[in-house]
Design a protein around this ligand. Structure first.
Ligand code: CA
Length: 227
């Protein structure tokens, strides 16, 4: 899962990026409204965190432009303290949620998780496929109740797949959603990650669709012991 953070306070941005990355997200940062608007319109994000007080173009205008141009990515706005009118204006402009400054970054993280879940049509923080479960709050993955240790990239890939069950997802799409902008992307590594995830889970829920990509599927009853 990949996020865009548009916040001109560089200290706050750095602090938020670190916590969001720890939470299992790839994070792109932008420090003004013009650049942020461009990224939000041209790159693929699972959610956007948008400060309203921004240089060059203010956050509300950025949000209205995105919505007018059909950008449907969930947006969480950061509003100034006690400015109730900002919250209303933000929601009216197409924001999905807001957090008032000053905030705990953990609250932003929890709200972002919820936004991404809801955008994928999921109410519970725990996603499952067959015996595999992925808890988006704790970043824990289990198979039949036993914990499985995945690397950060493997977790991001599996999480993206589990938010989009049944959909065939190309390697390019996966690449766009697990790496931040600055990462030297190589879609061949996706295949390596998928192989490792299958091996670690011990069940194949990531089905290869030839020439197209991968699809999350419930494993069929493999290895039924007849005797
Ligand atoms: Ca600001």
């Amino acid at each position: 899962m990949r996020l865009l953070l548009v916040e001109d306070d560089k200290d706050l941005s750095r602090q938020m990026k670190a916590i969001l990355e720890d939470g299992g997200y790839a994070v792109d940062t932008s420090f003004d409204g013009e650049d942020g608007h461009f990224l939000g319109e041209t790159e693929s994000y699972d959610a956007i965190i948008l400060d309203l007080g921004l240089p060059v173009i203010d956050g509300l205008s950025v949000l209205r432009k995105w919505r007018n141009h059909g950008v449907e990515t969930p947006v969480l706005v950061l509003t100034a303290r006690d400015e109730w009118s900002e919250k209303v204006a933000g929601l009216d402009a197409g924001a999905d949620d807001y957090v008032t400054k000053p905030f705990k970054v953990e609250e932003v993280l929890a709200r972002v998780r919820a936004l991404i879940r809801r955008a994928a049509g999921k109410a519970s923080p725990e996603l499952s496929c067959g015996t595999v479960t992925l808890n988006t709050s704790t970043s824990r993955v289990t198979v039949g109740g036993s914990p499985v240790k995945l690397t950060a990239q493997e977790y991001k890939l599996l999480s993206y797949m589990m938010h989009h069950p049944e959909k065939v997802i190309s390697r390019t799409e996966l690449t766009e959603h697990i790496y931040d902008q600055d990462f030297d992307r190589d879609s061949n590594t996706i295949e390596v990650f998928v192989t490792r995830i299958r091996k670690k889970l011990g069940v194949n829920i990531l089905k290869t669709i030839r020439g197209m990509g991968y699809q999350l599927v419930e494993p069929e009853d493999e290895q039924v012991n007849e005797e």
